[in-house]
Design a protein around this ligand. Structure first.
Ligand SMILES: Nc1ncnc2c1ncn2[C@@H]1O[C@H](COP(=O)(O)OP(=O)(O)OP(=O)(O)O)[C@@H](O)[C@H]1O
Length: 410
């Protein structure tokens, strides 16, 4: 199979704050040009004139290398700020890399941040033509695709309205439809599932599957929704702090992502003085027995009279699905005060759909919260209910109680 994308030692540096602005002014730019080549080389590497790393320098991508072959669907995952969007922007030629080399063989269509790639003053229809022209399509090719694009987008009523009047959902609908129907060799999609309603998400996933499986196109897909990544991607790459941590089989890479979540967040806790959470875990034995047991270990430099932990479980879209706190169950909860302790929450049944969930925890003494940690743990849950056992992005909501049905006809 041909290699369509080849990225080697790619790095992207941003300059933060004042220095970035200075370089954007004419005086700043002239100053940069007349600096010696040696100074310019140091600047490129983010070093100040003493050869030390400049404090205003921030590397959003560091030494990233990978290849994508024809027909592959590569999922790109990682926490917020890991560098996923920056990578896609560079591959779509919206941003320049600072260092490194990229080779792309084929036409690229991308759907990045909402509205990029659209001219706000032009109508939806004109924007479709503009995008097609950028991709090198002829007017006739465009004419043959137009109805399909408009139909898929569902914005036909507004197709002659300037795009600046579109809602963000409408822009995403049109943007996705244009990108997916213009027969690009490479389709780049950044978290399209986060915007747009449920029906449209379903349509997009179906279309991407069609583009990859029946048309054999190459796709790069960023998402925080692991079910979507799992369903769609043949390969997956995990980014962390701008670096590639893992590339390979999708399930394997997703497990690494979830593992890294747990570890990096736990580690941070060890530096917190006074009363603090030391670690948070889900008892694996509990899961085996169909129970969900959350364990929170705390340690304090002083006696905590009434140690209390609260938690909230969030779904992949960041929506809270469930929370609890022993303050709501005062009659059952009688902790002995102390400096160290382990607090457990027992849930007989989690009753959630299969999927990936995150937990935030609080720790306090019933009067005050000492600490609050978001996304302290991520876990994958497989529902015991047979119809939702396989993660399925098309299932509505997060709760999965045992439901039985009956019909009577009259
Ligand atoms: N124009 C910019 N100037 C300075 N820093 C930037 C700029 N664009 C992005 N960054 C920083 O680069 C880092 C990587 O950002 P990026 O948007 O690529 O992350 P991401 O993995 O896509 O995150 P998310 O999941 O939140 O979308 C972040 O720390 C971000 O703040």
């Amino acid at each position: 199979m041909r290699t369509l994308i080849s990225v080697s030692s790619l790095s992207k540096r941003y300059r933060l704050g004042l220095k970035e602005k200075q370089a954007e002014t004419l005086a700043g730019q002239i100053g940069n040009i007349i600096k010696s080549p040696w100074q310019n080389l140091k600047r490129l590497r983010g070093l100040n004139r003493f050869g030390q790393e400049d404090e205003s320098v921030f590397w959003a991508l560091k030494d990233v290398s990978f290849e994508v072959k024809e027909g592959e669907v590569l999922g790109i995952i990682g926490k917020n700020g890991a560098g996923k969007s920056t990578l896609l922007k560079i591959l779509s030629q919206i941003t320049e890399p600072t260092l490194g080399k990229i080779e792309i063989h084929g036409r690229v269509a991308s759907l990045l941040e909402v509205g990029t790639g659209f001219h706000p003053e032009l109508s939806g229809r004109d924007n479709i033509y503009m995008n097609g022209t950028i991709l090198g399509m002829t007017r006739r090719e465009m004419d043959s695709k137009l109805d399909e694009i408009i139909d898929f987008s569902g914005v036909e009523k507004f197709i002659d309205t300037p795009v600046k009047f579109y809602s963000s959902g409408m822009k995403v609908r049109l943007g996705f439809s244009v990108a997916a129907h213009l027969d690009p060799e490479i389709l780049i999609i950044d978290e399209v599932l986060a915007v747009g309603d449920f029906e449209f998400q379903k349509k997009c996933l179906g279309k991407m599957e069609d583009v990859s499986k029946s048309q054999g196109r190459t796709i790069l897909f960023v998402s925080h929704q692991m079910e979507a990544i799992r369903n769609l991607c043949s390969k997956c790459m995990l980014l962390k702090d701008g670096q590639v941590i893992a590339t390979g089989e999708t399930n394997h890479t997703i497990s690494k992502y979830l593992g890294s979540y747990q570890f990096s967040l736990r580690k941070e806790f060890f530096d917190i003085p006074n009363a603090s959470i030391k670690w948070v875990a889900i008892d694996p034995k509990g899961i085996e027995n169909g129970e969900f047991i959350l364990e929170v270990c705390f340690e304090s430099s002083r006696h905590v009279q009434y140690p209390v932990v609260g938690f909230v479980i969030y779904n992949q879209l960041g929506a809270p699905v469930f929370g609890s706190n022993p303050r709501f169950h005062k009659e059952d909860y009688h902790p002995k005060g102390g400096k160290k302790g382990l607090i457990r929450a027992y849930l007989k049944e989690l009753s959630l759909h299969s999927g990936i969930y995150k937990i935030s925890v609080w720790f306090g003494d019933g009067l005050n919260d000492f600490e609050h940690h978001e996304d302290v743990l991520a876990f994958e849950y497989l529902s015991p209910n047979s119809y939702t056992q396989k993660p399925n992005p098309l299932i509505i909501g997060s709760f999965d109680p045992m439901v039985t049905w009956e019909a009577e006809t009259f």
